[in-house]
Design a binder for this molecule. Sequence first.
Ligand code: TYD
Length: 824
Amino acid sequence: MTRAEQPTASPPAPDDALVADSRERAVRALLRRPQVKRLWSAQLVGGVGDVLALLVLVLLALQASVVEQAFGGGYRGAAFAVATVFGVRILATLLFGAVLLGPLTSLTSQDGPLDRRWTMVGADGLRAALLIVAPLWIDWTPGNALALLLVTAFVAGVAERFWTVSREGAAPALLPGPPPEGASIRPLPDHLDALRRLSLRTGFVAIPLAALALVAAALCNNLLGTGIEWFGEHQAALASYVAAGLFAASLSVVTFLELPGARTPRPRSPLEGLRRPRHAAGPDKGRTGALPLLVFAGASVAGAVAAAVAVSVLHAKDLGGGPVLFGLMVGALTGGVVVGIRTAPALLPSLSRRRMLALTLAFTGLALLAAGLVPDVTSVLLILALAGAGAGMAANIAHALLDQETEEQRRSRVTDHLHAVVRVYVGLGAVVAPVFAAAIGPHRLENGKFVFAHGGAAFTLMLVGALLLPVAALVLAKVDDRSGVPLRQDLRDALLGGDDPGPTPAGTGFFIALEGGDGAGKSTQAEALADWIREKGHEVVLTREPGATPVGKRLRSILLDVSSAGLSHRAEALLYAADRAEHVDTVVRPALERGAVVISDRYIDSSVAYQGAGRDLSPTEIARINRWATAGLVPNLTVLLDVAPETARERFTEAPDRLESEPAEFHARVRSGFLTLAAADPGRYLVVDAGQEPEAVTTVIRHRLDRVLPLSEAEIAAREEARRKAEEEARRKAEEEAARKAEEERLERERQEQLAKLRAEEEERKRRELEEAQRREAERQAEEARLRAEEARRRAEEERQRLLAEEKARAEEEARLPGDRLRR
Ligand code: TYD
């Protein structure tokens, strides 16, 4: 199984593939396909245009509401105008999802009458046209401009849906087909999942980009305004034209796109999955029951950001700014979110993710509160960027925790649920926040020198921020996985945890660690897997911790003997680490260097979970000690058998050892310690619900191993043999087919020849008959002619006879006449 011997078509070493996040690579691989990349760039450009258009319409509606004194005019009227733009846009999306989605999907499906490409081109063209005229309504139709702008927002919203549904219908057909069997030993990337990831990400990144575009366009607009009066009066005009230009750009990309005809995926409404997923036992609450609260927390933070974005146009106005400040505020908030999402996994990775979620929620809340309080523009922008970053982190962590709460098979359903709830909160936030701002209105408090003057938007920001604080408290109170350990201590440990030595390569073998609480069924699974992997032709070394070496056995007896009760926690941690050091040095590493598959029943994670999360020691420090003890040897795959401690306890058959005798809270902390480790590095972990039947657990693990385990030499040979056989078979079939064809052709030829011969004979026969008939006719005619000639001759003879007779008679007459005369 050395790398040099792997088939040349193999991708890079499997352990590299595992360490890097395979999902990330799947997304990047998609973008290397030219057609996908084109469609994606159209989505990005059109998406930026769409968000920019919405921001522009908000600005224009605000302007129109002031001119027209809409909704009673003043601060309230302006705030209502903003709320209606968002409301109309959401209405368009909802209406589309509820009413138009089904019919539209059949219209634009493979054999529907609407061509996807031309639908997209039409939607882009329409929106470009709408955005070209939008800034003119205020001049053209005084009194009706706001209404027309709302219609514009609605139509643009529907056009966006048409575009998106067409794209979603077309995109899957551009994906690569499944790779040929055995061509890859890397996990087969799930293309559809990658596509969804990509389009979600693109949709999101479009928001800060649009804000940036707004800032740039508004600055140029101001510059133009100094020379051209019209631009001075229409501060959002240039941004509107930029949006139109972006739609035109998307249109031109889409026009030249080759979209293969493909079956339409099932139509998806934006609210699909809103109801909490259920399984046989009732509503899905997740592995540890935290699912509903995590969804709520994630959606709340998203709703808070949407609310902040929705009131920022009013807040910008209150702070004396215009479109530029509005763009900067939206950019700071949403750009912060993007940064937060990206940095969340790397931020204090050793801190419990649940605690981190509570902290980031609280941080976001406090930042929004401060953003409402502070009157200084620069500080507001900075604070909004921080609020955005906090929100991004909270969202990312909530998502990662949700992944932990669910089995791999159920994950997409839970994700759908999260996204649907998030959409609802975002919609509510965007509409309700400006309405709130309208209801509160501006207030001014004066107390001597101290002046406290704030608009309704500022109060709304504070309120939204304040509302996030109880959510954070709820997370900490209800789903904390480190209860008993003070948050302060955890935080300090996480902050002080230094850099760790990087993992060292594990030779050419494959290292699998099985982890989980007591009674999770690790030994059973380890044996089942060892058998299965051996059958695949690998050398398998099945080992365990503690106690796989002679020294380890002595350490094990010290560690597990109930008589060691009261052993200091640090000593316990060091003894496990000592056992591990010996184990890695004398068993694991040599086997990996030989190229064997090593399955270890427990590894470092057990120490981090038991001695770190379970006891009061710092998980970071435990991890560090163990990295030193093992010289940084990291498993290629860690299978975490997750089971509720109560379920596991029922499986104990022998008297509990020293650790098994620990109280229930200890085991609960151990469990979440394992889950936290898994959440930090999803690419390297497989979390399996160990409450199921052992066979079901084995199947799940085998499924994953099938994708990540490198091929053994025997397997490579077997596959090569199978491939050769298949080729041979194909060749044989082809030859047989060719022979059969040749025979058929020969028979056909013969048949044709026979036919031709028969035809020739028939013709010959006919020709002869004809000749015969002609000959007979000629004879008949000759006979007739002969008879006629005979007749003529006979007649001539008769004539001659008659003439002769007449002659003779006349002669006789004459002879008789002279005698008479004489006689007379
Ligand atoms: P294990 O051999 O899995 O127990 P059993 O023989 O009962 O199946 O592990 C022994 C105990 O040691 C178990 O309760 C967990 C504990 N342990 C730690 O606390 N830290 C460690 O690093 C390891 C490897 C085990």
